[in-house]
Ligand binder design. Structure first.
Ligand code: F0G
Length: 447
């Protein structure tokens, strides 16, 4: 029951532009450029009503799923049926739970802290996904593709959340999973989840960037299927993060969508989602993307804002100055500068999706900036005071909004959606934060 030939892979570099079949497992073209999943058909805007109706799932897990509810917009399996058994042969789901609880909320205290009217600021917790982070959105689609190509083993490098998500999906599908982690640099709750779900941990003596390189090499040499966000099918699932935000705002487009920035998979997927919706005429206005790096892992912000060699790195319609990026990495290596932040989720020096990230920023007239570790802790903590949980890296969205408002880049009457990417998995971070009365939102224990 599939419509063949509608979906394919295409190199992102317009000067290269080679196409591949949808069942290719390459994450790059021959020249090393990233790939996009492309669709020949143009989805009808009438689907907006169907997506809305599916929120009453009527026992169909693919309607319950916040990812597969939008399946026509990620239809790389080319399924053309509503039959649940037929869908189950192709689509991978954690019984409909991925993305199910995610939607934007107004959080009064966080808005007040950031400096916006509470009606103007929305925060979308992705930490309430089954494995505790936004990764489940993209893992559902990546593992669907892994199943489509009969992969026996999925492989990833991770600062923690990807490994927890990959492990959970692999256990559900009965396939093997190897996760490469920077030894000693991931939150204990994330590591423990990867073990709990039976993943094979591979400890790498180095940081995330080293772990990613090793995992890509090993996957290539030993027939593993890579599920990091360099995999274009991860990006497809993560498009549903902005889809859900837009749907809950009745497709009234906000002025800003704000993400913490690590490997830039989220930035890339938000950009792709918006490019597609705009091209199809589903949205008339384009929200601006703001990417918030940690001060200690600020590659995108440094390059985008011209802090290296005084050149502002841009996508430049598909002709980015990639040599500038190489020289920046050489400079980091030469100076022994390693990414360093207590927000280990985003402790990344070489964002693998940087070119797709730049494309997203160019399309949306986006911005990139940095926040400090102590600011992220405040952002995380004020989210808690609204009764929501998130991890330190996610706090970057809140304080990033605050910083951009103080710089008058975000205007006081702008509508802003911030993504809270993950749930707390390092139990001692809030304990330590609240034990120190010097912290802004601390409530120290009494005795
Ligand atoms: N927030 C959290 C909680 C994350 O775990 C990550 C990435 C990011 C933000 C950054 O997102 O890569 O799309 O820019 N974590 C990855 C991992 C790298 O391995 O779990 P990005």
């Amino acid at each position: 029951m599939a419509m063949k030939g509608d979906a394919y892979l295409k190199c992102i570099d317009p000067n290269c532009g080679c196409d591949y079949d949808i069942d290719s497992t390459n994450v790059q073209c021959e020249k090393g450029h990233l790939l996009d999943v492309k669709y020949k058909c143009r989805p009808s805007e009438k689907l907006k009503e169907i997506f809305y109706q599916r929120r009453n799932s009527q026992g169909n897990i693919f309607n319950e799923s916040g990812v597969w509810r939008f399946r026509e917009l990620l239809n790389f399996c080319q399924i053309d049926t509503e039959n649940i058994e037929e869908c189950s042969k192709y689509l991978v789901s954690l019984d409909g739970a991925e993305g199910r609880q995610s939607k934007p909320y107004q959080m009064t205290k966080a808005a007040e802290f950031a400096g916006l009217e509470s009606n103007n600021m929305w925060l979308q917790p992705e930490g309430y996904n089954p494995s505790g982070s936004f990764k489940d959105n993209g893992m559902a689609t990546a593992v669907t593709h892994a199943k489509m190509v009969n992969a026996k083993k999925i492989v990833c490098a991770s600062t923690g959340n990807t490994s927890a998500s990959a492990g959970m999906f692999a256990a559900n599908e009965g396939i093997n999973c190897d996760v490469y982690i920077p030894a000693g640099q991931i939150a204990p709750g994330k590591l423990s989840q990867a073990y709990q779900f039976g993943a094979q941990i591979v400890e790498v003596d180095g940081n995330f960037d080293d772990a990613l390189k090793q995992s890509l090499d090993d996957a290539h040499n030993h027939d593993g299927y890579t599920v990091n966000s360099v995999n274009p099918f991860r990006i497809e699932g993560q498009k549903t993060i902005p889809f859900r935000a837009l749907e809950y705002l009745n497709w009234e487009v906000p002025d800003w969508i704000v993400y913490p920035g690590g490997a830039l998979g989220n930035t890339s997927s938000c950009g792709k989602a918006l490019m597609e919706l705009y091209e199809w005429g589903w949205i008339k206005k384009i929200p601006r993307i703001a990417v918030i790096n940690s001060e200690g892992a600020s590659t995108l912000s440094d390059l985008y804002n011209g802090k290296f060699e005084d050149e502002e790195l841009r996508w430049n319609k598909g002709n980015p100055n990639t040599e500038l990026i190489s020289r920046y990495y050489d400079y980091l290596d030469k100076e022994g500068l390693r990414p360093k932040t207590k927000a280990t989720a985003i402790q990344i020096g070489r964002p693998a999706n940087i070119l797709k990230g730049l494309r997203a920023l160019e399309f949306t007239n986006g911005v990139a900036t940095t926040v400090s570790d102590s600011e992220m802790l405040d952002g995380m903590s004020v989210v808690g005071l609204n009764g929501f949980d998130c991890e330190m890296a996610s706090g970057a969205s809140v304080v990033g909004i605050k910083k951009l408002i103080s710089e008058e880049i975000i205007k006081k009457d702008d509508i802003v959606v911030g993504i809270l990417t993950g749930r707390q998995k390092d139990a001692m971070i809030p304990v330590d934060y609240h034990s120190n009365p010097a912290n802004k939102f601390a409530k120290p224990p009494k005795n």
